[in-house]
Design a protein around this ligand. Structure first.
Ligand code: SAM
Length: 236
């Protein structure tokens, strides 16, 4: 079933902008067709009553749970090319609630604020959310500096660091993360975090975690974190 984001008022759904274009021109939705509309909090089963003017009536609330039981933020070092897209698109499917792209000492291509790549990331979040019928479109924040991300308050704050001999693995700490908590995970860029950055994260009291026995590419690492934390939140 087609899924859209819109607003709900007086038992009707209102869809506009690109979502409307998609419904009318791309999918050529017909009168009588059932669609799902999410208002950013809940999803509703709706039916197209007429096309000109467009009228979509709400039939019922969709009770199926689609969001994780934790509020998960993935902060990732900005990567070259379109690797960032993969993190946002697939991370959205895995239930991530917010993405924070950050710059750090090993960022290869320093982005300009609000550049095309950031706009594309926000589109990817919307695309992914529609595709897997999320209740919300995850936020993709403006680019931040690593130091500012380290200062953000969360209930759990994990720092993925491959050079941490003898430390804990994410998989062993993820099972103790409490439901409904706010969780932040930091994953470095292609060249990883510097020693100074790791030291700063320690000062900020981050929990350092390993991600298994192999060194993962940055985008794989981000998606691994989303998978492990998301999976535990759903089964625990
Ligand atoms: N600096 C590393 C190197 O060149 O050997 C690679 C960095 S890795 C490509 C990018 C990021 O993924 C790291 O900063 C870290 O956050 C995360 N990462 C990848 N594999 C990891 C692992 N096994 N344990 C913890 N973090 C990992």
């Amino acid at each position: 079933m087609q899924h859209y984001f819109g607003t709900i008022a007086d038992s009707h759904a209102i869809i506009d902008g690109k979502q409307l274009h998609h419904l009318v021109d791309v999918r050529r939705t017909r009168i009588g067709e059932k669609i799902e509309v999410s208002d950013g909090t809940e999803a509703y089963l709706c039916q197209v009553e007429s096309l000109n003017p467009l009228s979509i009536v709400v039939l019922s609330k969709v009770e199926q749970k689609r969001e994780l039981d934790i509020d998960l933020t993935i902060a990732f070092g900005v990567l070259k090319g379109d690797h960032n897209d993969l993190i946002v698109l697939k991370g959205t499917e895995l239930g991530v609630g917010k993405f924070i792209p950050f710059t750090s000492s090993r960022t290869v291509v320093i982005p300009e604020s609000n550049d095309k790549r950031l706009l594309r990331l926000r589109k990817k979040a919307e695309e992914g959310a529609n595709q897997c019928r999320r209740d919300i479109v995850p936020e993709v924040t403006d680019y931040m500096k690593l130091e500012d991300v380290l200062a953000l308050p969360y209930d759990y704050r994990f720092f993925a660091y491959e050079s941490m001999a003898g430390g804990e693995d994410l998989i062993s700490v993820a099972k103790d993360v409490e439901k409904r908590s706010r969780v932040l995970v930091l994953v470095g860029p292609e060249g990883g975090f510097s020693h100074e950055e790791a030291r700063l994260a320690l000062d900020y009291d981050f929990t350092f975690v390993g991600l298994g026995r192999r060194i993962l590419r940055a985008e794989t690492a981000a998606l691994y974190c989303a998978t492990i934390l998301g999976a535990y939140s759903e089964v625990n």
